[in-house]
Design a binder for this molecule. Structure first.
Ligand code: ATP
Ligand code: MG
Length: 184
């Protein structure tokens, strides 16, 4: 795990990263949606499903965070996700891929990770926000997409999660993996 200068602050979050083939399929769909509705499609490399958002954390605390995440990873139960829903949030102007059916293993793991990192002394970026699993595909479409757009993709056997640092520029955010946990 890279640490950088001791006083460096990083904008951190934990996320699932889709495997390359699924990411390519999602990015292809995002590009098609951008052609149809305008807006900025996310490239495959930026696609992620946020598990837990931490916000700004001092780089010196990364080893403690790493330990907490490793201990949470030990409680992982295998699961598969079926991304089968496209949704649109008008206020944020985000078009996203998500799940029609709740995925209890996913929300349970997000909650467990959260309680584990909180016990390790970290506060959560927006403690009031409910966990809503989604992958953003498109930002700021010129035309509002209709409800009920279909999404058909292969199943996603989730095999790990990552700690990512976000850097935001005028051209959009980019994310740098700091650590990855592979799970059974
Ligand atoms: P930008 O903010 O530049 O539009 P972004 O939202 O992708 O891009 P970040 O704000 O750094 O980049 O967020 C990283 C990830 O964490 C995203 O998936 C975002 O939805 C999520 N996230 C950001 N803020 C919060 C928050 N307060 N609560 C929950 N999740 C958040
Ligand atoms: Mg944001």
């Amino acid at each position: 795990m890279s640490q950088g200068a001791a006083d460096e602050r990083l904008r951190l979050f934990f996320a699932l990263l889709p495997p390359p083939q699924l990411a390519a399929a999602l990015a292809g769909r995002a590009a098609g949606l951008a052609r149809d509705y305008g807006g900025r499609a996310l490239p495959a490399a930026n696609l992620h499903l946020t598990l837990l958002f931490l916000g700004d954390v001092g780089a010196a605390r990364l080893p403690v965070l790493n330990l907490a995440a490793s201990s949470a990873a030990a409680a992982w139960r295998p699961f598969t996700l079926q991304l089968d829903r496209l949704g649109y949030w008008p206020r944020q102007q985000l078009l996203w891929a998500g799940l029609q059916q709740a995925a209890p293993e996913l929300s349970d793991f997000s909650a467990y990770l959260r309680s584990t990192v909180e016990k390790a002394g970290f506060s959560i970026g927006d403690a009031g926000r409910a966990f809503f699993p989604h992958l953003t595909l498109l930002r700021k479409p010129g035309r509002t997409p209709p409800d009920g757009l279909s999404l058909t993709l292969p199943a996603w056997p989730v095999s790990g999660f990552a700690l990512l640092a976000s850097t935001r520029t005028a051209a959009g955010a980019s994310y740098r993996p700091l650590a990855v946990w592979l799970v059974p």
